[in-house]
Each structure stands twice: as C-alpha cells, then as structure tokens.
Design a protein around this ligand. Structure first.
Ligand code: UN1
Length: 499
C-alpha cells in the first residue's frame, strides 16, 4: 500500500490535499505528504453556527434513528479499515497493526453507540408526595467540541462522536495539527454514511483544522456546551479553566504516568509481554503507556534481565513493515524531550540501557529510537513527569504497601496494573487503598483498554470519562421532572403555605 493508493481509497483528492499552508509531515521519513487548508477565525465561527443549526434539527430525531447513522458509519469504517489504518500509520507513525487496532476501536464504539441509542435510560424516583411521579430524563445538550491528539488521531474522535451523535448532539472536531489527514479521511467516511442514510442535517459533524488558536476559539465559544479534550496536562490546564469560566462542561483526558507492579507470585512470562507492549508499543506515545515498573526484590534479578533480553529483540523501523514493533517518534521535539529525560535520569542515579537514536542513516529526517530501560536507585519519590517516549523507569520494592504509596505519589492518575497470583494483593491493588487511577488492572498491562469500560483518569489526568459504561451521560443534559397527577398541591418537605 503506498500513500497515493491510500488517499484514493479514502476519497481524498489531490486538490484537497494541496489547498493550503499547513504542511503535513510523515514521521516515517520526515517527508511532506500534503499541504492542507487552515481554518480562519471566521471559518470556525461559521462552522460553530452551522453546528448549532444542525443540532437543532438532529436533537428531535428519535435516538434509535440517530443510531442508524452511527451504524452505517461503523460499516463505512469496516469497509475502509485497511486504508484508514494505513493512513494512521503513515501520518502518526504507529505500526500498521496498531493502526488497524485503532480503526477497530472506532468500529467497536460505533456498535456500542448503536445499542446505546435504544438505551439512554433515565430513572423513576419515589416521590414523597401522594399522586406525584418523579423522573429523570436525558436530553441532547448541543454541539460537542472534540480536541484530539496526534497519537490516537482517529479513535478518540470516534469515542466522542459516536456517543455524542446518538445522544442527539452535533460535533466539531479539531484534530492535532500534526495529523489532519486522518481527520479529513474520517470526515469523508462520515459524509458517505450521511449520504447513505439520507436527510442528515448539513454540518452535523465537521472538522476544523489549525493550530492552538483554532482550538482556543472552540473552547471559548458559549455555543459549544461540551468540550472533550485529549492531550497533555499543560493543554488541559488551559482548556479546563477556560471552559469552566463560561460554565461549559469539559471532558479532559490528559497525561498519564502509568505503572505496573510485578509481585513475587506473578507469571513472569506474561508480565514481560505486557510490559513490552505497554512500554514500547506505539513507541511509548500512548497516554496509557507503561512508564514506571515496580519489581519485587525476590524476582527482580529474573524479571529485569528477561525484559532487557526482550528489548534487545525489538524490531524498529518502517511502521508499515509487518515485522516492525516500534515505529518513529512523532518529531524532533519529541526526540529531544526523550534525550533530556534520559539525561535527567542519569543525573538522578539511573542506569540507562537503550534510548539512542536509531536508523539515522536511512531516515535522516525522522526520529526512530531504541526504547530505554532505566533502573532507578531507591528514592523518596518516583519520576513525576510524563515524557511521551519509550522510557521505562524500573524501581525495586520489598513491601507492597510502600510500592502502592510510591505508585500513587505522582500528579497523574490514568492507568495502572499489578501482576500477581496472590488474591490478597490483587484485591488490595484494586481496592480503595490500592491504585488511585481511573484504570486498575490485574494481570493485564496498562494500555490497550477495551471500549466497553469508561476510559479516563484522576488528578492531573483530568477526571473525564469517555467511551463505555455511562460515559454517554457526559454528552447529555439531565432533567428532573415531577408530575402531579392528583388534584391537591402538597409542598415538598411538608411546608404549609396557605392564604
Ligand atoms: C490515548 O493514548 O490517548 O487503552 C488513548 C489504550 C487505548 C487508548 C489510548 N485504548 O491504550
């Protein structure tokens, strides 16, 4: 599959790919693959106005009918899975297998949303007054702004939009300026689905391309009641307060500092495989990437050498090559941040294996790296910052309670895992005194969550939840209605208020 055939399969024309000033560079080889149009402030304003109009029409369509659009979108994704997966790989550098996985995640959430479109349940609540009925109903809320990052350039849009659409909302998507092409491709597939279903309001789903100023405009616009933003904690620190200042609702999915604890009874072979996928998969550029590892003293000298051996067998290279496990970092900035983090680790007494640049001669303008393992000395605190690169900091522990304390003692709280066959340890880790993360796994790594569960985390991860479970409630407004079917007017709390 070459990039031209992928563009063609996804319906992206030469004219659309070369109609503007935003240069799109493939991290695979550093070459420019397109120049797309950046939206101006007035374009964004018009898009929001159109979105609001589309919402007004869409909100009164019965939810199961809205689900039909999402069902057809899921089918378009099935039909274009290989092409879209390949474009993901070429534009953001993740390996093709993971590109396909990302599209599968979109298909899965479409399926979930279709079912949900018949299950946007409210409650019936016992009223304290005779002849009264109290209910809770969920209603569409308005245009939903979606801001996504380069590392999951398409799935994050779909987690949000599949739910938002069945919930009766319109969506406006600001993708990362590093990955606009996959967004334009998704828009094409959405348009195909809309045309097939028919009578879909114009502007129900739109893409706005640009830099931070485009995102800011979306974030500050009162016509957009919900902003779902995925990215760094630094970005969330700006988005959260701005949305709150206008009493909007934000769903924030920010940085992680995810860890795995490997206990003495763990199946070490399983643990090594999970750590490998978690730490080096997507070249360490998932928000759920395993960044810290706590290994019990009793198994340290067995696990760590096996892990190093596994690392030495990792194939780094062209992400479209079937045997490749680790593709490039997104750009030079990312490479520099990784080197700075490794320098810092050494200053703090860490012993670094790997971490250097790879394939520089073949790809002088792309940034491939050897994933790094850093054995850290005993310390009062573990690494506090997220570096979006494949660096795994390894710590030794002897007491689980202390390991959990160090595990939690970071600003972020997204994903976590323990490998153990001791039920007391497993239950402790997932209990109130265990991991403080939004995701706490047992004998499974930190990354690669299924869409059925609510996805997101605590503390500086932002507190938002997307995807499964009851995350749909974040895209609706709740109305409590008390209906009096008696011929009396009793007041709540037994208050007497008579003339
Ligand atoms: C992200 O990196 O922004 O659990 C999301 C996972 C994926 C989602 C990652 N399902 O790793």
């Amino acid at each position: 599959m070459n990039i031209e055939s992928v563009f063609t399969a996804l319906g992206l024309s030469e004219a659309e790919l070369n109609n503007g000033d935003l240069a799109v560079t493939s991290p695979v080889n550093g070459e420019t693959i397109a120049h797309v149009k950046v939206h101006s402030a007035s374009d964004v304003d018009a898009a929001i106005a159109k979105s609001k109009q589309a919402f007004e029409a869409w909100k009164s369509l019965p939810a199961p009918k809205r689900g039909e659009l999402v069902r057809v979108l899921g089918n378009k994704l099935r039909d274009h899975k290989e092409a879209l997966g390949a474009l993901v790989s070429m534009e953001c550098g993740k390996i093709y297998q993971e590109g396909l996985g990302e599209v599968q995640e979109m298909i899965d959430i479409c399926d979930l949303a279709v079912g949900l479109s018949r299950q946007l349940f409210g409650l019936t609540i016992a009223s304290e007054r005779p002849g009264h009925r109290m209910t809770e109903t969920w209603h569409p809320i308005g245009p939903v702004g979606i801001i996504s990052a380069f590392n999951f350039p398409v799935a994050v849009w779909c987690w949000n939009s599949a739910l938002a659409l069945v919930c009766g909302n319109s969506v406006i998507w600001k993708p990362s300026e590093k990955t606009p092409l996959t967004a334009l491709a998704c828009q094409k597939l959405f348009d195909l689905a809309a045309a097939e279903v028919g009578d879909i309001p114009d502007g129900l789903s739109q893409v706005i391309v640009g830099h931070a100023d485009v995102g800011e405009q979306l974030v500050n616009d009162t016509r957009v009641p919900v902003i779902s933003a995925t990215g760094s904690t630094a970005m969330g620190r700006k988005v959260g307060p701005a949305v709150a200042a206008r009493f909007g609702r934000s769903i924030l999915e920010l940085g992680g500092n995810n860890a795995i604890i490997v206990a003495p009874t763990a199946n070490l072979e399983m643990a090594v495989r999970a750590i490998l996928f978690g730490a080096v998969g997507t070249a360490g550029q998932r928000c759920t990437t395993t960044r810290r590892l706590f290994v019990h003293d009793d198994i340290y000298d067995e696990l760590v050498p096996s892990l190093k051996k596994a690392y030495s067998g990792i194939r780094i290279g062209d992400p479209m090559e079937q045997s490749t496990l680790v593709g490039p970092l997104i750009d030079k900035q990312s490479f520099d941040a990784m080197q700075a983090a490794l320098d810092m680790a050494m200053v703090n007494g860490g012993e670094v294996v790997g971490g250097s640049r790879a394939l520089e001669e073949t790809y002088p303008n792309a940034y491939y790296v050897n994933p790094a393992i850093v054995e850290m000395p005993e310390a009062e605190q573990t690494v506090q910052t997220e570096t979006f690169a494949p660096i795994l900091y390894v710590y030794r522990y002897s007491d689980l309670e202390r390991a959990i304390q160090l595990h939690n003692d970071v600003p972020q709280g997204l994903s976590s895992a323990i490998f153990t066959n001791d039920v007391r340890e497993a239950e402790t880790f997932t209990s109130a005194v265990g991991s403080d993360c939004g995701i706490a796994n047992v004998n499974i790594g930190t990354s690669g969550a299924e869409i059925g569960g609510a996805f997101g985390g605590e503390k500086e991860t932002g507190g938002g939840r997307e995807s499964g479970s009851d995350a749909w409630k974040g895209y609706m407004r709740r109305a409590t209605s008390t209906v009096n079917y008696s011929s009396d007017l009793p007041l709540a709390q037994g208050i007497e208020f008579n003339l």
